[in-house]
Design a protein. Structure first.
Length: 350
């Protein structure tokens, strides 16, 4: 009888250990799954909200490289952002679309933001996504233009309200002329090749890929000079205070996607070039030419403020605005979004 009781106690102890082990294993499995899910959630962008749509107004151009790479490699998707594009001919048109609420974000030059600030329009710069040297003046040699001095008195095509007018004015000043000594003609930004080939103007100020197109079409019939005078153009992500204040998390997730795209471009430049070529239908020669003329990276630095002040000063001097005072452009820069994502590249002195 005692022997039977001892066996029964052994069996109960054995089964108790088995139950404890099973319980322990179950607890460990739950813990592992919870940790894995937490890690997966973080990898998806540290953003637990729903997928939100951002409509971007932009000119289809290589300056948008960070945007295109982020889309191709699903960085937007992984951060729960869905991007929709609306095409515009210029950054000015894109910002006008932004102010009409056609889009949430516009890609544009800093010059357009300067112009809107002088008009008391509520536009904010969220980040620079590219710095470039892509603007040129192209003149017809059959109109007697051999040197920059020969531009005096000529008709020069300049798309209205774009940064090309500023670059032309600066180049002329550095060569001893004033912009009033030429006749500027408002031309269609999307077809400078047709404008200069048709003879409506003696020269045009334009950017890539139009420069390459004109060079291929007209060959020795034109002479081409860089027009930026060493000042880079800042390609900016712009929005309105109203939209940004309603979507602070979305702004951060959008910029985080671009930061991931920047890292990809740095580590895989050849693959990034292929993405641009496929997206914009560019040939090898063209992409090799323009790649070195761009800095595809996120930033908000003091050189941006200096450029904006310089451009505002030029507009005031040439009576292109009723304003007489240069705005405090720090008030037109939204730093919180980029600071949350990549604080080391925010170098604006307040």
């Amino acid at each position: 009888m005692e022997s039977g009781e001892r066996e029964e106690k052994k069996m109960l102890k054995y089964h108790g250990q088995q139950i404890s082990r099973r319980t322990l294993i179950a607890v460990l499995l739950v813990s592992i799954l919870a940790t894995s899910f937490g890690s997966w959630s973080c990898s998806q962008g540290d953003y637990s909200g729903k997928v939100e749509t951002v409509t971007i107004g932009a000119t289809p151009i290589e300056l948008n490289a960070l945007i295109y790479v982020a889309g191709e490699h699903r960085f937007f998707t992984n951060n729960r952002v869905q991007v929709v594009f609306k095409d515009y001919d210029t950054g000015v048109a894109a910002v006008d679309g932004l102010l009409k609420r056609e889009v949430d974000i516009a890609l544009t030059t800093e010059f357009v933001i300067v112009g809107k600030s002088l008009q008391k329009q509520d536009v904010r710069d969220l980040a620079t996504i590219d710095k470039s040297m892509l603007f040129y003046i192209i003149a017809r040699t059959d109109r007697g233009i051999k040197t920059t001095a020969d531009l005096k008195g000529k008709r020069i095509g300049v798309p209205r309200q774009t940064i090309t007018g500023f670059y032309l004015g600066r180049m002329l000043e550095l060569n001893g002329m004033r912009i009033q000594q030429v006749t500027t003609v408002d031309t269609k930004a999307s077809d400078p090749a047709g404008t200069i080939a048709g003879g409506d103007v003696d020269a045009v100020v334009t950017w890539e890929p139009h420069v390459t197109e004109i060079r291929q079409q007209m060959g020795n019939g034109v002479i081409i000079w860089p027009v930026q005078s060493g000042q880079v153009s800042f390609w900016s992500v712009a929005s309105t205070p109203g939209w940004m204040n309603q979507h602070p998390d979305l702004v951060r997730q959008f910029l985080k996607s671009l930061a991931q795209a920047e890292e990809y471009i740095t580590q895989h430049p050849a693959e990034a070039k292929k993405i641009l070529q496929k997206r914009l239908k560019l040939d090898d020669t063209y992409i090799a030419t323009v790649w070195s003329q761009n800095q595809f990276s996120l930033s908000l630095d003091q050189s941006l403020i200096a450029a904006m002040e310089d451009e505002a000063r030029w507009m005031i001097k040439n009576n292109l605005t009723r304003e007489k005072q240069i705005p405090d452009f720090i008030n037109y820069i939204y730093v919180d979004g980029l600071k949350a994502v990549k604080p080391e590249v925010v170098k604006i002195i307040r």
